[in-house]
Design a protein. Structure first.
Length: 799
């Protein structure tokens, strides 16, 4: 089959809406012997082309799917790719085999019969490294167990001895870590210290840092030496216990490739396709190039330099920008081709024009982009008559009320009618349109702002919006909005677990074992709150959701007898059995999607604790193991939740119910599209407060760019990254962040924020409202006599 024949087949079988445009066609037709870079703006069909190219390799080049690997950045995106490959690939294959595309020669027919579309190798690079290594165990070799984020951080803190190090070295160590916190303040809690040390040790691996160079005499030498020692202790402990974390996984995989021990899964690779290449880190680049070099696989990468978001995970935009030279250098062979896609199939012309205006707004950004710059995207969708909208209000309450009203009107009252500001109404799709078509995006979806020096936490827009929508009978889906410890139902459940395992006694509210266990003050007071809430629930004699043979009080008493006296059946019980025994009395965990996510997060923490906890999250019947094992689950599972060290991982999100408003971070929304997108650009910014500048108009380098500078002399990638100054990179990261947010909508883009950000004389510069690095603001036009009350000539229509 020829490429043209393949494209005709796609159109005939999948429909005319799948017809590739000429630029997409060129990407499909590009000779597989030549590495290909597709650089293109949002919504131009990069992922769609990557999938069709994978199918072309099967149907035109006769490569079996099991020899074709496609990687992307998140597990969710990887799933999406797999689904589309199967949805498109299966009917294409069936049509060919059914001869609907004309007679086939016998060889080709025999080849097609071997094709199993399910066997494409898809995933994130990490998941594929893991899969490849697990199938590549030598005789008698023990397979390292992969530890997930929470367990890895616990191991880092404990085996790396972070706390001891902080005690021994004191302020110089904390000051060094403080260089890399958002606020610039030294971390105060062990959790905060661990987060910074995690960022550092991951970098040591991902950037292939020369450790001798890192610890050589210079500023912060003692602290650097301490981080080095923590890293060594941690990696040694992982090694000796046959465990590995994600960066180690990639390093081990690369070492195997370099040692010519190519795992089976990839040893016969014929094709390697990479989506979201702009977020590749140096270690991952080595893996891709080494794979291509060793297997001779045809290489295609796609990406958008303007949408790189993951610098904090080592993403290095220069690897994408310099792809052609780097590949030519690493692989030899023909020079890679660079192709562009320009037609945007996602958004209305109004949104596309806003987007193009945004990305070209700051002249200083131009030189951070791929050179020569790729063409601007071109709108391909019809106008819906709706301009880019803005909802800016004086205070948070007003904003939440109006936004809730707007959503209610659009999705529950049949639509927002046209008026002086809107030429066309905004209506849900007649084909089952619902709130699931809208998304609320923000740099963080936290519902509360952290308290500061004794001030209590304050409510943020996501919380206020939740409250106001609930008044209108609309629910939100924002399971990452609050810390697990602050979710009332989670607190009640874990309070009941505490009461089961270590009941409070008269004169000892804490419980005997808790009182005797080293814990932070914060964890102790959270435990007390959980227990009070649990006892309040018990006192209500709650009915079980599904009728049980015993009451909640009886279940708790049964566990208490086991925990206190070793009475009852079984010699050991997993912590999760205790928890799950209590859930029939807690209806939220049965039917509410947010609570199902919380439960999954707690369950995963308990499961992950088996990687580092001495009693592997089990409760034993016989003493002294019983008390010790209870202490272990308190210390290793419950306390980390109380200390806010267990995060709700975005990968555990189920699909969101259609009737709810989904709140997401901009990072999470990468690669996704929605009919209506609300971007909270400025609801936290009432003044030009210095502590918030890093989020809108940095006056000093962001922690991660500072780290890049500090490591530049000890990593091969250093000079490439630091060609632009740290402050330039900090700005550029913000521009890319909002570019990703602004490019998600199909029909309606609504920006929300505080009104002072838009005032003519505002003193609140913000990249998202088109401020340029040089301090100029194109939305503020020169005065023409009349008294300005607002920025004139806004490119947005205010609601
Ligand atoms: N030739 C085409 N005809 C019609 N629709 C298309 C075509 N190519 C892509 N699309 C549609 O355009 C939308 C965007 O495509 P896709 O998600 O592949 O873009 P992308 O470039 O990967 O976007 P992003 O950069 O935001 O990740 C999808 O809904 C896709 O089905």
């Amino acid at each position: 089959m020829t490429v043209d024949g393949f494209v005709e087949l796609v159109v005939r079988v999948l429909g005319a809406t799948r017809r590739p445009n000429p630029e997409q066609h060129a990407c499909l037709a590009c000779n597989p012997a030549v590495p290909l870079l597709i650089a293109a703006g949002p919504g131009s069909g990069k992922t769609a082309v990557l999938i069709l190219r994978a199918l072309r390799h099967v149907l035109v080049d006769r490569v079996l799917p099991e020899r074709i690997m496609i990687t992307t950045f998140t597990r969710k995106a990887a799933k999406e790719i797999r689904t589309r490959l199967i949805e498109w690939g299966t009917p294409l294959l069936e049509a060919l085999l059914a001869d609907r595309a004309g007679p086939l020669d016998a060889d080709y027919r025999a080849f097609l019969r071997q094709v199993d579309i399910n066997r494409f190798v898809t995933g994130t690079l990490d998941s594929l490294c893991e899969e490849a290594l697990s199938g590549a165990r030598g005789p008698g070799e023990r397979l390292p167990v992969l530890v997930e984020a929470f367990a890895a951080n616990q191991l880092l803190a404990r085996r790396g001895e972070i706390y001891k190090t902080a005690e021994r070295l004191g302020q110089p160590f904390l000051d060094y870590l403080g260089l890399y916190t958002n606020t610039g303040d030294p971390p105060e809690t062990l959790g905060d210290m661990t987060r910074v040390v995690r960022m550092l040790v991951d970098r040591l691996v991902q950037d292939e840092v020369d450790l001798a160079e890192y610890v050589k005499p210079g500023p912060h030498q003692a602290a650097r030496q301490a981080v080095h020692d923590i890293f060594k202790r941690y990696t040694e402990s992982l090694r000796s216990s046959h465990q590995m974390d994600f960066p180690t996984l990639e390093r081990v995989f690369l070492e195997r490739l370099r040692a010519d021990r190519v795992p089976d899964l990839v040893s016969h690779l014929g094709v390697l396709l990479v989506d979201e290449y702009q977020d590749t880190n140096p270690l991952q680049e080595h893996i891709y190039l080494e794979l291509a070099r060793r297997t001779g696989a045809a290489l295609t990468v796609v990406g958008d330099d303007d949408q790189s978001l993951y610098r904090f995970r080592g993403a290095t935009i220069e690897l994408f920008r310099d792809f052609q030279a780097r590949v030519a250098n690493a692989l030899g062979g023909p020079a890679p081709r660079l192709l562009y896609l320009t037609d945007n199939y996602r958004s209305t012309p109004e949104i596309v024009s806003f987007l193009n205006g945004f990305i070209q707004n700051d002249p200083d950004f131009a030189s951070a982009r791929i050179q020569p710059p790729k063409p601007m995207i071109r709108a391909n969708q019809p106008s819906g008559g709706v301009p880019v909208l803005g909802m800016f209000r004086n205070n948070a309450e007003e904003r939440a009320v109006d936004l809730a009203d707007f959503l209610n009107q659009v999705f529950r009252q049949g639509g927002r009618p046209a008026d002086a500001r809107l030429a066309e109404p905004i209506r849900p799709s007649p084909h089952g349109g619902d709130l699931g078509d809208a998304v609320f995006l923000s740099h963080t979806v936290s519902e509360f702002r952290r308290g500061f020096r004794g001030t209590p936490p304050s409510e943020r827009l996501p919380w206020l919006l939740r409250q106001n929508l609930e008044k209108q009978g609309i629910l939100c889906f924002n399971p990452r909005g609050r810390a697990l410890k602050d979710i009332p139902e989670v607190g009640r459940a874990l309070g009941l677990v505490l009461e089961c395992l270590d009941a409070a006694e008269p004169g000892n509210e804490q419980g005997r074992i808790v009182a005797d266990t080293p814990l932070t003050h914060a964890a102790r007071s959270v435990f007390l709150r959980w227990r009070q809430d649990a006892r309040a629930l018990l006192a209500t004699l709650p009915p079980a959701v599904i009728p049980r043979g015993e009451s909640l009080q009886e279940v708790v008493a049964r566990w208490q007898r086991f925990a206190r006296h070793g009475q009852g059946v079984g010699t050991e019980w997993p912590l999760l059995d205790v928890l799950y025994n209590l859930l029939p009395w807690m209806p939220a965990f049965q039917d509410d999607p947010e609570h199902q996510v919380y439960l999954e997060a707690v369950s995963r923490a308990a499961a992950q604790a088996t990687a580092f906890s001495r009693h592997r999250s089990l409760i034993f019947r016989e003493e002294p193991h019983r008390t010790r094992s209870i202490r272990a689950v308190i210390q290793d599972v419950l306390a980390p939740i109380a200390d806010d060290l267990v995060e709700v991982d975005e990968d555990i999100m189920p699909s969101v119910p259609r009737g709810r408003l989904n709140l997401m971070t901009i990072h999470q929304a990468k690669g996704l599209e929605f009919p209506l997108v609300i971007v909270d650009i400025a609801s936290d910014f009432l003044s030009n407060h210095p502590k918030q500048r890093f989020r809108r108009f940095p006056d000093e380098p962001s922690p991660v760019t500072r780290l890049e500078d500090d490591l530049a002399s000890c990593t091969p990638i250093g000079p490439l990254r630091t060609a632009r100054t740290a402050i330039q990179r900090s700005f550029e990261d913000l521009i890319r962040l909002y570019y990703v947010a602004y490019s998600r909508p199909q029909s309606v883009l609504l920006l929300v924020g505080c009104l002072p950000c838009l005032r003519y004389n505002t003193t609140i510069p913000h990249v998202a409202t088109f401020w340029r690095r040089d301090g100029t603001w194109p939305w503020r036009k020169p005065l023409s006599g009349q008294r300005p009350s607002m920025a004139d000539h806004l490119p947005i229509t205010l609601l």
